[in-house]
Every structure is written in structure tokens, then in C-alpha cells.
Design a protein around this ligand. Structure first.
Ligand code: NDP
Length: 447
């Protein structure tokens, strides 16, 4: 799709001029503006109010030095980011990513997407994202602790339970959240819900750990049910083997699917008998080892070096749950050739625009990240509610609310797509539904 609306063309040109050398951010903005074209045509009031111009510019970008000392006494310096993108409908909310690939473009794209995703959940949360180019891989617990403490020593002054509430993302799990929360509490002398994804002994929510993966499968189930189908008897390929991938595997299996492949950044495993998830959890969550260890125990399974080949494994359903742009045009064509009927994004922007075009052309059902993986942030918002009440809901209660939220995200995205003449296009539907709530609010506030 290319933008025809001259006003939106101008907005995109300005974004390109203002953000040179930021390919991920420009990719995300282009995709969103393309699908907002029917809204711009119908709603001149939003153009006059300057909403489109404002929504592509973060409210605040915070960038800082993060010095830390390794176990040998050597000093290292990383760069920290927090991008507070939009607080129209609630406090900034979005994860922290620790990965060597982190830079301003990556955090900006994630923060931008988060604005629409959070709006889609129907809960009062704005959008933000943060992180650092620190690589937790191969670091000792003490090194990770010293890094997290240094990171929070700067970040604490910019966040707050009613201002900005970060969470985990790639490289930030329970261990890192513990160190970050501990440091925030130490500095501020406050015990508040300033982070989500916390441990269960200090304000965490039951079902938060499972929420993104489970939510992805609830959303996928809605997509299937809409076409009179279900997970039953379907083969499923999932990329990654981190938080999202593990709990997507668990729920897809519970719903009757058979997950036959998982990966990490080195390679992928295929187990035609169905992935043994207890073994994967032991390798990834307990021992923090590589996915290739799986074949040492499961002799019938195979390991293939290189992660991109995973999409050549024949399947009915593909759930990319690793990282951005991991599924390109070639991979999309391989999926189509292998008979895949549905792709839903567990990771953020894992499919390139060219891959999404292949799915459109071949009538593959496609669930975009901002709708399909919103279960994580939705449950984070439920954690915030529980923290405010100083109360905790049961696993079933949180999981039940999560299911309801994923169902309504699907319904709202499908409805918006139909209303604007793009039936079954959930990319357009999710962008429009997410945008409208934020846009109406921004207009109500005035410039
Ligand atoms: P984790 O760090 O727990 O896991 C990431 C997984 O992806 C690891 O197995 C990692 O392998 C793998 N990986 C990274 N790059 C590649 C690659 N190029 N090819 C194959 N595998 C790769 O992160 P999460 O599971 O939390 O996050 C995964 C994605 O989901 C991200 O895009 C994140 O933004 C998104 N997401 C996460 C949410 C959450 O609640 N956690 C919420 C919404 C979205 P390795 O160990 O080799 O690096």
C-alpha cells in the first residue's frame, strides 16, 4: 500500500526528515499511516486538530549513561533509553529491552507501536518503551544486578506509578525486574507499583508471566473461530524460546494444537512428536542454556543451525515470537508453500512489510502484533490495578479477564476493518481502532 492522501504524505515526509537513519521507526510509522488513510479521508477534524502530526512525535526522549563494573573490576558503559511516547489515555506503559541491538530507532518504533496496542486493550494506559544496548547473555547474576542498579539510578527520576510504569521485554525477566524494583524502592523509599512483571512476593500478578503467550493463542483462537475453525489437530511452528514463545507453546498445546518447532538466535529444533515443554522450560528458564540442548535428551528431534530456516518447516499455524523483522518475504513464501493458513505475531513487528503483502495476496489470516500480543501489557495494567488496591486476584480471575480482553481486541479490530471497507484486514482494523481512542482524547485536550 502506498499513501495517496497528500496530507498524510506530508506527515510521513516530515517524519523521514526528522528521524534519519532510523529504519525500524520509519517502517512502523509508514505502516500505521498507510492504514490510517481512510480515517484521514473521513475525519478532517482530526487533521485540523494536528493529531496526526503530534502522534508521530514522542512526548519525551530520555537518553542516559549507564556505567557498571564487571566481576573483574573493569568499568563498562552502556546507553540507556526511555521514550515516553504518548500519555493521552494514561501513564506511559511499555517494557524495557536489554539487547545489543537496542538503539533509539528500535525503542522509538516499539514505543510508537505500544501507543496503539495499549489503546486497543481498552485499559487506561499510554505508550512508552525503554532499554539499553547491554547484553545480559553470559553475564553473572552480580553483573546483571550492578547494571540494573545503575540503570535505575538514573531512570527512577523519570518514572512513577502514575507517570510511567515500565515492564520486561527481551532480556528483562523476573531477575532483572527484581533488581530494578529493589533499587527504585531503595532510592525513593516508596513501595508502589512502578514496575510490572514483579515477583509474586512483592506485588506481581498471577498469570502475568504467561499473559503474552496465552493472549496470543486466545487471539489466534478468535481468528480461527471467526472462520468456524479451531486449534484442534493443527501443527504449529513458533519462533524464539523465551517468555512469549514458551507460554504460547503451552496454551497452543492446551487448545489442541501440536507445536513442532522452536528456536533461539543460533538455530531451531523440530520435534514431530510435539515439543516437550517441561524440557524446554528446564533448558531456557532454569539452566539459561541454548535450545540445541533439547536434542541431547530428545533423540528423535533434530537441531538445525541458523534460526531463519524455521519457516520452511511445514505447519498450519505460524507464531513468530522472537524479534522484529525475523520473517521476511522469502520466509512468507515458504510458509505459503508449506500450507500455512494463519500467522499471528507474538513478537513486535516480526514480519516485514513484504512478508505481510505475501500473506495478503495468498489470503493467509494475519494477526498483527499490536492486537495479537497485547495480552502482556493488558495483564500488566491488571497488575497496576491490583497494586493500587493493594490486593491480588486469583490466577483464574486474571486469566479470565485476559481472555475477555483478547476477545474484545479481536472484535474491535475486525469491526473497524469492516466499517472502513477492509474486511478481514486486522492490520488496518487494529491500527484504526487503536488510533481513534487516542486521537479523540488528544483532540479533546487541545494543542
Ligand atoms: P525473551 O528474551 O524472553 O526471548 C526472546 C527469544 O527470542 C529468545 O529465545 C531469543 O534467543 C530469541 N531470538 C532473538 N532474536 C532471534 C532471532 N533473530 N531469531 C530467532 N530467535 C531469536 O523475550 P520475550 O519472549 O519477552 O520477547 C519476544 C518478543 O515478544 C519481543 O519482540 C518482545 O518485544 C515481544 N513482546 C514481549 C512481551 C512480554 O510480555 N514479554 C509483550 C509483548 C511483546 P536468544 O536467547 O538466542 O537471544
Amino acid at each position: 500500500m502506498a499513501i495517496k492522501n497528500s496530507y498524510l504524505q506530508g506527515v510521513l515526509e516530515d517524519v523521514k526528515k526528522r528521524n534519519p537513519g532510523e529504519p525500524e521507526f520509519l517502517q512502523a510509522v509508514t505502516e500505521v499511516l498507510e492504514s490510517l488513510e481512510p480515517v484521514a479521508d473521513k475525519r478532517p477534524d482530526l487533521i485540523e486538530a494536528g493529531v496526526f502530526d503530534c502522534i508521530v512525535e514522542p512526548e519525551r526522549i530520555i537518553k542516559f549513561r549507564v556505567p557498571w563494573m564487571d566481576d573483574n573490576g573493569k568499568v563498562h558503559v552502556n546507553r540507556g533509553f526511555r521514550i515516553q511516547f504518548n500519555s493521552a489515555i494514561g501513564p506511559y506503559k511499555g517494557g524495557l529491552r536489554l539487547h545489543p541491538s537496542v538503539n533509539e530507532s528500535v525503542i522509538k518504533f516499539l514505543g510508537f507501536e505500544q501507543v496503539f496496542k495499549n489503546s486497543l486493550t481498552g485499559l487506561p494506559i499510554g505508550g512508552g518503551k525503554g532499554g539499553s544496548d547491554f547484553d545480559p547473555k553470559g553475564k553473572s547474576d552480580n553483573e546483571v544486578m550492578r547494571f540494573c542498579q545503575s540503570f535505575m539510578t538514573e531512570l527512577y527520576r523519570h518514572i512513577g506509578a502514575d507517570t510511567d510504569v515500565p515492564a520486561g521485554d527481551i532480556g528483562v525477566g523476573a531477575r532483572e525486574i527484581g533488581y530494578l524494583f529493589g533499587q527504585y524502592k531503595k532510592i525513593t523509599n516508596e513501595y508502589v507499583g512502578v514496575l510490572t512483571g514483579k515477583g509474586l512476593t512483592y506485588g506481581g500478578s498471577l498469570a502475568r508471566k504467561e499473559a503474552t503467550g496465552y493472549g496470543l493463542c486466545y487471539f489466534t483462537n478468535e481468528m480461527l473461530a471467526d472462520k468456524g475453525d479451531s486449534f484442534k489437530g493443527k501443527t504449529v511452528v513458533i519462533s524464539g524460546s523465551g517468555n512469549v514463545a514458551i507460554y504460547a507453546t503451552e496454551k497452543a498445546t492446551e487448545l489442541g494444537g501440536k507445536v513442532i518447532a522452536l528456536s533461539d538466535s543460533n538455530g531451531y529444533i523440530v520435534d514431530e512428536d510435539g515439543i516437550d515443554l517441561d524440557l524446554v522450560k528446564q533448558i531456557k528458564e532454569v539452566e539459561r542454556k541454548r535450545i540445541k540442548e533439547y536434542v541431547n535428551t530428545k533423540k528423535n528431534a533434530k537441531y538445525v543451525e541458523g534460526c531463519s530456516g524455521i519457516w520452511s518447516v511445514k505447519c498450519d499455524i505460524a507464531l513468530p515470537c522472537a524479534t522484529q523483522n525475523e520473517l521476511d518475504e522469502k520466509a512468507a513464501n515458504e510458509l505459503v508453500a508449506g500450507g500455512c493458513k494463519l500467522v499471528a505475531e507474538g513478537a513486535n513487528m516480526p514480519c516485514t512489510p513484504q512478508a505481510v503483502d505475501v500473506f495478503r495476496k495468498n489470503k493467509i489470516l494475519f494477526g498483527p502484533a499490536k492486537a495479537a500480543n497485547a495480552g502482556g501489557v493488558a495483564t500488566s495494567a491488571l497488575e497496576m490495578s491490583q497494586n493500587s488496591m493493594r490486593y491480588g486476584w486469583s490466577f483464574e480471575e486474571v486469566d479470565g479477564k485476559l481472555q475477555g480482553i483478547m476477545k474484545s481486541i479481536f472484535e474491535n479490530a475486525a469491526k473497524a476493518a469492516k466499517e472502513y471497507g477492509f474486511e478481514d484486514d486486522l492490520v488496518v482494523g487494529a491500527n484504526i481502532a487503536g488510533f481513534l481512542k487516542v486521537a479523540e482524547t488528544m483532540k479533546a485536550y487541545g494543542v
